[in-house]
Design a protein around this ligand. Structure first.
Ligand code: F6R
Length: 602
């Protein structure tokens, strides 16, 4: 995820910016840059890759005297991780850094291009600096021009702007993406989270959505839609590890909460009102393709299984899914009308990578769905669709799974579109459901408190069965995997209709059943499967929008308009349940025993 730092004051600025960016490294990035104005002189440096590259580029430069400065680490979402796409973005005499998404950037870009502006990057951010200079060149003061610019922006942003037109000022605005202001006497810092300013500033103010303003002569002028406002700072906490988790107890918890927001990034520019646009795919990409084979491991395999239901049902294209480590040694029959899809959060999983190489040797066209640009799997594939989840630190995958599943759902609709197997009406209703997904991923205080309370019943017993039907079967597998990974309790995911063919023999009060009971998908069928278990005294935790009187515990979900929306809401419930059980058992949630985040061995 991108990171922002800023500083205004007399100290050496290069080191402040680089140190600050270093503190944001844990968020993941693939390029970085800084811009400094001292006196009237503008300096900027950018580098692809790790910060040491930027350090190398700036080694002969030291800032002198009072000045303003901004820096950024970028995690590629719109456009490749190149120097041109790295921030800060330059206009004619101003620089900008930005986190978030400018949803209306295409419209703004077009307007600016029609006015003669040339864009250097593929980013949405560049529109901010050109818009600012356009208004300033029309005669507005720098602050009026900045205010007018901010008023035009739609979407999520935290942004800093510096300009030769006001070389003693940093302009800032925040809406949806985090940003804070740190104070040390007359010196003022900006950052996208606490870590860069710990040890530098003593007091902090966390900007609210809709706030903007400027800092000049050590004084911050803060505005919202009602005009200039008074604000109160608070002491800054001094624990860096705590600060990296942004107030959450664990990275995994933070990542569960982030899902609603990152889903917006995943869909940005791809899910339009009546159409799915995937710029990564050439118009003829699916020509001659009659089947899809997906290979993945673990959680990524579960998103693949979900996708297989969607591809066949919606896009009417045959789809098989294989565990990569099995696929490698089974001497599979591969035909050239099959698109070979690999799914991987890290892009480095050895089994998946080798499976991809095998498919390529057999002459298959390949596509990867991945969270890390330039990873081995992305480089090896003919083309890749990035999930844009931002770095995932918790070993147990959450937001990566959510975004993989979303990308595969989009891909399904895309295939349906290009193959003409999806009617306009169905496409429209699927897109409407997609756009509802971020809402269904919001973790409310009530839901989290409920799962915390409920988790105490599930600490012992002889095992868990997560059960579901259709796409809720892979979700059951994923729920069970999450629980296993961080609680070390035995859990299995099972197709609900299959329980009677054997596992029901295990049913007694010590067998915990987590039943996924969506309203929109085979509700009556799964209800009778759960009734059979309840009749054998199994302890039932039902997750459903519909009340179920045989449940020992019941988590009522809110959304029941579409199976995928129900899927994502139930996914959050299973993730939080696993988290709360693990916490009660005193386990290391973020680094469970025996597991690694990236499995680069066979
Ligand atoms: C589980 C988990 C693993 C990974 C698997 C594949 O929470 O994260 O099961 O999904 O090791 O990893 P990637 O997706 O990086 O290929």
């Amino acid at each position: 995820m991108c990171g922002i730092v800023g500083y205004i004051g007399p100290k050496e600025k290069k080191e402040i910016l680089l140190d600050g960016l270093q503190e944001l490294e844990y968020r993941g990035y693939d390029s970085a840059g800084i811009a400094i104005i001292e006196g009237k002189k503008l300096h900027d440096f950018k580098a692809v890759g790790k910060l040491k590259n930027l350090r190398e580029k700036t080694k002969n430069y030291t800032s002198e005297g009072f000045g303003v400065s901004i820096g950024h680490t970028r995690w590629a979402t719109h456009g490749k991780p190149t120097e041109l796409n790295a921030h800060p973005h330059l206009g004619a005499y101003s620089y900008v850094v930005h986190n978030g998404i400018i949803e209306n950037y295409q419209e703004l870009k077009k307007e600016l291009q029609q006015g003669g502006v040339t864009f250097l990057s593929q980013t949405d951010t560049e529109t901010i600096v050109h818009l600012f200079e356009k208004y300033h060149n029309e005669g507005l003061t720098p602050f009026e021009a900045f205010k007018k610019t901010v008023n035009r922006l739609e979407g999520a942003y935290a942004t800093l702007l510096i300009t030769e037109a006001a070389p003693d000022t940093i302009f800032f605005a925040k809406n949806g993406s985090p940003m804070l202001i740190g104070f040390d006497g007359e010196e003022v810092y900006f950052a996208s989270s606490d870590t860069p300013i710990i040890g530098k500033a003593n007091e902090v103010y966390y900007l609210e959505d809709g706030e903007y303003g400027y800092v000049q002569n050590g004084k911050v002028h803060l505005f919202d839609s009602h005009g200039e406002k008074v604000f109160h700072t608070q002491p800054l906490i001094a624990d860096k590890a705590m600060a990296q988790k942004e107030g959450y107890r664990f990275f995994m918890e933070k990542e569960i909460y982030e899902q609603s927001r990152v889903m917006g990034e995943t869909m940005m520019g791809r899910v339009l009102e009546e159409e799915i646009v995937l710029d990564e795919l050439d118009a003829d990409f699916f020509e001659g393709i009659n089947a899809i084979k997906i290979c993945a491991c673990g959680t990524s395999y579960h998103s693949a299984l979900t996708a297989a239901y969607l591809f066949e049902r919606l896009a009417k294209i045959r789809c098989d899914v294989e565990i990569a480590s099995e696929f490698r040694y089974k001497e599979p029959l591969l035909t050239q009308d099959t698109l070979f899809v690999t799914i991987s959060q890290s892009g480095e999983t050895a089994d998946t990578l080798e499976a991809l190489k095998m498919a390529k040797r057999a002459g298959l066209k390949s596509l990867s769905v991945c969270n890390v640009d330039n990873s081995s799997i992305v480089r090896e594939s003919d083309t890749a669709i990035l999930t844009r989840a931002g770095i995932e630190k918790g070993v147990a995958s959450t937001k990566a799974f959510a975004t993989q599943t979303m990308v595969l759902w989009m891909l399904t609709l895309y295939v349906g579109q290009v193959k003409g197997t999806l009617s306009k009406e169905v496409l429209k209703s699927e897109i409407d459901a997609m756009l509802h997904t971020p809402k269904a991923l919001i973790v409310t205080d009530e839901l989290h408190a409920k799962l915390h309370r409920l988790s105490k019943r599930y600490l012992h017993g002889h095992g868990f069965f997560f059960i579901g039907r259709d796409i809720f079967y892979p979700l059951a597998l994923e729920g069970a995997l999450k629980l296993k990974e961080i609680s070390y309790l035995h859990a299995e995911g099972y197709p609900a209709g299959e329980m009677k063919h054997g596992p029901i023999a295990l049913a007694d009060a010590e067998l915990f059943t987590i039943a996924l009971m969506p309203k929109t998908m085979h509700y009556d069928k799964i209800k009778s499967n759960v009734e059979e278990l309840s009749a054998r005294d199994a302890t039932i935790c039902a997750i459903s929008p519909l009340p179920f009187e045989l449940a020992d515990d019941f988590v009522q979900t809110q959304y029941s308009s579409h199976p995928m929306v129900e899927f994502f809401e139930m996914m959050v419930v299973t993730q939080l349940l696993a988290l709360e059980i693990s916490v009660r058992l005193g386990n290391d949630v973020d680094m469970p025993r025996n597991l690694a985040k990236s499995v680069t061995v066979e």
